[in-house]
Write a protein that binds this ligand. Structure first.
Ligand SMILES: [Ca+2]
Ligand SMILES: [Ca+2]
Ligand SMILES: [Ca+2]
Length: 185
């Protein structure tokens, strides 16, 4: 059995100390990298969000499509009758917007202007159908006193008189409109 001299013990101790310091530095470096990575993620998320908000905020002037969840939306800058609006959406391989979740209702409300959506009772008076043929289930978004079919109104707009609420109006009125296209999965 070999016994270590004092010199050897000092040398070994110094090597171990250096190793410990190195490991400590490594751990610190790892922490710095981890924190930086975390910060990058946070930055990316906040950038994405601000980018998206910026996009929505510029609503009325925005050309092109905006994505929210599983759909893309096109907000027109022109004004057309309900049918012409729908034709434009169909031409864009989309259709007038079907509001079937709270996020969409909030989105439309935030536009602060009258827009056609894909809801009509032209086929059967008083029977509200979306453009995909489904019947309207949600009824809490109607403006108080609407739909009133005043002089035979069959097309639905959002934000008329009361921001966020729906109204049936004359389909020949010119309005801006929103097209919706589902994200292909
Ligand atoms: Ca929808
Ligand atoms: Ca009607
Ligand atoms: Ca009405």
């Amino acid at each position: 059995n070999k016994t270590f001299t004092k010199k050897e013990v000092r040398k070994i101790t110094s090597v171990i100390t250096r190793l410990v310091l190195l490991l400590d530095a490594g751990e610190k470096l790892f922490k710095v990298v981890a924190v930086s990575f975390g910060l990058l993620c946070v930055l990316q998320v906040s950038l994405n969000i601000s980018f998206r908000l910026g996009f929505c905020d510029s609503g009325p002037q925005t050309l092109g499509w905006v994505q929210i969840c599983s759909s893309f939306y096109y907000i027109s800058t022109e004004m057309k009758s309900w049918q012409e609006s729908r034709n434009d959406c169909l031409y864009r391989e989309a259709d007038l917007m079907i509001i079937d979740n709270q996020a969409e209702q909030r989105f439309v409300k935030a536009l602060f202007r009258e827009v056609w959506i894909g809801l009509t009772d032209a086929e059967n008076e008083g029977v509200w159908k979306w453009v995909d043929g489904t019947l309207l289930k949600e009824t809490s978004f109607w403006c108080p006193g609407e739909p009133n079919n005043y002089k035979n109104e069959d097309c639905v707009e959002v934000n008329f008189n009361h921001i966020g609420f729906w109204n049936d109006n004359d389909c020949n009125q010119n309005r801006t409109w929103i097209c919706e296209k589902k994200v292909a999965l």
